[in-house]
Every structure is written in C-alpha cells, then in structure tokens.
Design a protein around this ligand. Sequence first.
Ligand SMILES: [Zn+2]
Length: 443
Amino acid sequence: MISIKITNAYILTMNETFQIIEHGCICIENNIITYIGDELAVSHLEAHTVIDAQGNLVMPGLINGHTHAAMSIYKGMADDMPLKEWLEHHIFPTESEFCTKENVETGARLGIMEMIMSGTTCFADMYYFTPTIAEVCKQMGIRALLGQAVLDFKAPDFDTPVQAIEATKELINSTVQNSCVQIIPAPHSPYTCNAGILQQCRKLANEYNVPLHIHVSETIVEYNTSLATHNLTPVQYLNSLGMFDGKTIAAHCVYISDEDRNILAEKRVHVVNNPQSNMKLVSGISPVPLLLQANIPVCLGTDSSVSNNSLDMFQEMKVAALIHKLNQSDASVLPARDIVYMCTRGAAKVLGIDNKVGSIEVGKQADIILVNINQPHLVPLYSIYSHIVYAMQGHDVDTVIINGVIVYLQKQFQLVDPLETMIDAQMIANAIMLRKSEREQQQ
Ligand SMILES: [Zn+2]
C-alpha cells in the first residue's frame, strides 16, 4: 500500500521541460514521489490516503528564500518609515525587551501557519533562538533552512557573537535538526558584524558544507557607508574578506555595481530578491533581470512580516513581475513562467536543495500544493503561469503536502490548532502596545 495517491490532477511539474500533465495521477510512498502519469497504469495500487484533485492545480510547494518568521508577532507595529528609523527606533528596542524564547515560539508558529496556508512548503529564515524555531518547524511539518543570527552587539539569545557562533556549531551537529530542518550560520550583515566575526561564520559554514545566509547591500546608506569606510562596495568588501568563498545566500542585493555583478557571478553567490520589503522601506529595486542575465541564481522572499506585511508568496510573485517590468520600462521582462520558476525549482537551487525539492518529479521529496482553480477569478484558463503570478492569492490554496505529510487539507491544519497561537500573539501585541505608551508618557 502506498502513502498518498493524488487523482484527477492537473499537474504543473516545473521539471526541466516545464511539462504540464492534465488528468494525471501522482503516487507518494513515504516522503518520495514514486509515480507521475496516467491513473489507469496505477489503478491496482491502493493508497492510505486518496486525494481527488478535481478542480485544483497541483504544483510544487512555494519556497520563501528570505524571511524572519518569528517577527510575525510585530506585523503592523511600525509602518510607513525608512529602514534606519524602523530598525533602530522600533525593531531593535522592541526585540530587546520582547524577543524571548516564548515569544519567538509564538511568532514562529504564527508565521509558519501563514506560510503553510498560502502554499509555502519551505523557507530560509534568519533569527534568534533557532533551536526553538526548529522545534516549531518539526511540529508543524514545514521544511526550513534556519539561519542562526550573529551580530556584533548583544542579541536576544546570546551576549556575544562568539557565543552565537559556538552555539551554531553545536546546533549544526545536534538533533534539533531533522531531514527537513537545517541550521546554518547567518551573520546579519556586513555593517552589523566585524570582519573577524564574518570570517568565523564563513569558516563554520564551509566546515559543514552548508550555506551562509546574510543581508547584502540593502540600502543606499549601507552602500555609501561601505564606500566611505572601506573604499569598497558591500559586495567588494565581503569578497575581500573571502565571504563568498563557499555557498552564500545573499538577501536583497539592491545596490549592485557592474563590478559587483561580476563578483556575484564569478563567486556563484545566490541572491534573494524581496521586492515588497524593498518597496515598503523604500530601499530600492534590485537589478534582478541583469543578475539573471549574468547567470546568478535569484529567488524571491518576503523578508519579515514587519516590512511586508504578509508572507504570501503569491503576492510576492505578482509584485516581482510588475516592479521589474516598470523599472526596466519593458513589459517583456520576467515573464510569468520565469517568476514561478523563481519560487519553485529555481528557489530550491538558490537554497542548495534542488536535488530534493522544487519540482514534481519521480524521486523527489513530496512538497506539493493543491490550489483551487475552480473560482471566478481563475476562470477561464489560457495560461496557468499567468494565473499563478497575476491572479492567484494565498487563500486559494486548498491542501499542502510537505515531505509526504499532509499538513493542511481542504483548508484545515492537520497537525496544529491555530486558535491558541492567534490568542497568544494578540496578548504579546497588547503587552508591546502598553509598553510603548508607557515609554511615550515618560518622554
Ligand atoms: Zn531580512
């Protein structure tokens, strides 16, 4: 008996030939896709669970290449201000008081729920208390690359960067991980970590052959300060330290000179574009079409819920498609299929897991979503790629399978109850608002 059989499936495989199969069937045994094709050929096989996909699109789960999931508890707390003010006057002070292990657990739960229900099956994170987040990921069944944040100054979980690096090393070796959850070093940025700390993170990542997750050249302030301090752009500075000599996931890359682009291509740096966050904080527009032309793998990310304020990758896809067209004054830039690739197989490549996930293919691990396309806003159907990017929304997702486990079925969470987490999140927000008004009264 096999584990899951998905029947009557309209399958977007996202394989090498971008094959689409109408009226197909998918078989999953344990966590692996073992069959894709005509249903009759496997009619003799019984399955523990049969999912009738009639009226749904069956596609690979979406991958969010850069986020800070636990910051979901702060969404809507500080809007409509530039990054420096946002970070220094709101995010860092609130985190210094409220970023406890318990609150991170609630925030991670909330963020992961939002991701799952909008079709995200894997995310690359950067935050504090990664063992706690790893446990939440395991309980909720989501796949993740969890970056343990490292900063020069005292962080919520570690007093010094050296402690954070030592702990990351222990975590990479520990059982807080499983086949779906991997912990990696995440030095926050070239401007919040000194050269020695950056290099220690690089050394650790290389020692275990895991990627390093870092913010790179997000704002013009960062770019100009780097030029003034080091006489090098952020990319050139990081390269001069040997930071790209190993697998690197570089979030943002908004300000990229021609020479920077050559460095990123030559060093095979992988880039995550976060268009909505870059728009909301007015950071700028990453030259994504030029990066892609230089054969630099680029995927999309939401960044945190505070700078977005959503973790819905369908929204991110639409904005990415539109902003780069507008920025290049060329409507043919980043066509819909390229955008879908950037959130599925292309994103798996960026995170270094394309041998496992990113497409619906025999032998791959089953990260699959069903999206209800039998709705007025998705009818009629000319091009499924067009619908995914320009018309679909996260709440069209009906069912989510991650690593062969049904975590969300017909819009119901299977492993967790969202109500308790929502109550906890509102209580944290109430405490933050109270503290904020106390601070304002004291001033
Ligand atoms: Zn970020």
